[in-house]
Design a protein around this ligand. Structure first.
Ligand code: URA
Length: 273
């Protein structure tokens, strides 16, 4: 390959990627471009200029603020997986840096009240297995999921110190928002209210605290590439009480914890120099 096109990012290896990204130490990933911008704005000390995305913006938005990237990953495993492949090559191969990855988002709680922050200790698939099943060359490939205990503890300690309601535990990742998450408000629903309740209670019995859509792909990729990573989400609703997400409850709790983490890591890295 003379030039490697990181197609979905609109960047390529012919650019000075080391000059542009060589100082990146932390990547924060959230679902939408609005969240990526909002996080970038929170990270910047310059309130006069709006952060500008780097590269193509039809799929993902990447903002750089000092040594942090704020990136949108879209919805679901396929979307985050494409981003992870290209971001890994961008940072670890071409920019020759090493960064921690943190996914911040929202989730549906199982017996957990809206607004609570969940820090994931184990990311499981829809069968309660801590692995991602992929089909590669027509064959099943299973990859373990991994989240860094060190980062989990740091984020949990911060949330305790800020008195933000927070739980540590298992998160289930689904490949769909409706049927896989046992919702009854999608366009297709071939199960009963009793089936739904039995399933959600079974998840609670497995120790699942919340459900989202990207954790397994994220944690399996990071395991494979040995990237330090963690996931923090704010619960939007308690699924034991219903299915409908009425309004976008802000990620405020998770964001406060993450911003404090960024502040502490930046201070630490300045002291190390
Ligand atoms: N994200 C999900 O995937 N599910 C929810 O219930 C809420 C947010």
């Amino acid at each position: 390959m003379t030039i490697d096109y990181l197609y979905h990012l609109g960047l390529d290896s012919g650019m000075n990627l080391q000059g542009m990204f060589g100082d990146v130490r932390l990547v924060i990933m959230g679902g939408s471009k609005e969240r990526a911008l909002m996080i970038a704005r929170q990270l910047t000390t310059d309130n006069t200029t709006l952060p500008k995305p780097i590269g193509r913006t039809d799929r993902y938005h990447i903002y750089k603020v000092g040594s942090c990237l704020s990136v949108s990953h879209g919805m679901g495993a396929p979307s985050i997986s494409i981003l992870l492949h290209e971001l890994y090559k961008l940072l670890f191969v071409y920019a020759k840096t090493e960064a921690e990855f943190v996914r911040i988002g929202t989730s549906g709680g199982i017996g957990i009240e809206p607004g609570t922050v969940v820090i994931t200790t184990e990311s499981v698939n829809e069968r309660n297995e801590a692995k991602q099943d992929l089909c590669i060359l027509g064959r099943l490939v299973s990859r373990p999921t991994y989240l860094s205990p060190e980062l989990i503890d740091k984020l949990y300690n911060i949330s305790t110190s800020l008195a933000i309601p927070c739980r540590k535990g298992k998160t289930m990742s689904c490949n769909d928002f409706y049927e896989s998450q046992a919702r009854m408000d999608g366009a297709i629903c071939n199960y009963t209210k009793e089936d739904r309740e039995e399933y959600l209670n079974r998840l609670a019995g497995y120790g699942v605290l919340n459900i989202e859509m990207e954790g397994v792909a994220f944690a399996a990729f990071c395991f494979e590439k040995k990237i330090k990573c963690c996931m923090i989400t704010t619960v939007l609703l308690n699924r034991l009480n219903g299915d409908q997400v009425k309004a976008e409850l802000s990620m405020i709790g998770a964001l406060q914890v993450l911003l404090r983490y960024v502040e502490e890591s930046m201070t630490r890295s300045k002291e190390d120099h």
